[in-house]
Design a binder for this molecule. Sequence first.
Ligand SMILES: [Zn+2]
Length: 320
Amino acid sequence: MMLKFNAQMANTPNHNEQLSGPIGRRQFVIGSIMAMAAGAAGLLLSHFHRMDHHDHVEHMEGTESRRDEFNRTLKRAERFRENPDAWWEEHREQLLVSSPQIYGIECVDEGDDLDKFLPTAGHALPKNFDVISVPGSGVQYPGFAEDLRNLVGTEHIMGVTSHKDCGACHGKDDLAVSHAHKLAAALRVPYLGHVETLQRPDYHVALGSNLRYTKKVRNIRFVEDAPRYFDATQWCLSDRAARVANIRLMLNIAYHHGFNELFIEEKIPFELVVWYDPKDPVHTKDSAADEIQEAFRQADLPDELRSTKGLLKLTFMEVS
Ligand SMILES: [Zn+2]
């Protein structure tokens, strides 16, 4: 059974004290979940307050080809974005898992597809293969090795990878490689290689993020007509701040090293898809929404995004 929850932007009274602060009248508020017809529910998001950050929307050359790529990527994501319920019904059998998987450790990057890379690097994919995607394979999160031991178990880890031009490593390939080697050594699992050929141009094309708060759903991109989104394996991180930082990083990358101002110009919302298990007491729909809210407040985003309705979309996918 799966329900979908779409977020809507709406003017909402500032009633959440926890979020109040010296940030002005406009608040980013995720209100209580409200029941709606047909098993769906909505989240209320207010207008967003303006952060005290500099805007540095890039005006790169090659905007036209980027616009073409934007339209192609959007086309590919269309079916999911228009009707995630129907999309999930078609693919749930392939994506739902009930037993421990064998995991490759990778980045959240939408281009470092390990199911494509590993066979070319001489590593056969196990039948029950999944990935654990954390920015820079955890380069910014010191607790990652410990979490992998406790929440995954090293016997379920196939190995660790790194990739070219990693945003979490500030584009430094040597840092990406050395971190992945260190993590692999700490876990006593193999280092599986450096993904040189990314399944994306030299900028990011993710139109959203799959925030997997449950291990019951594998990497969404493993099915052919999945949207090309960032993949973030939030369930394997015990530290809330690390999960928030992941979301913040993905938002920053999408708006500064991705389609940037095209999201605003074309009025296409970046989509955060929360995959969660309603029976999980650790990662609930509400706790995930809180983390997104905090990341949004912290991220360095264009003013228009904070002041215009409908430019960010939340979709909640119940997995059970
Ligand atoms: Zn990366």
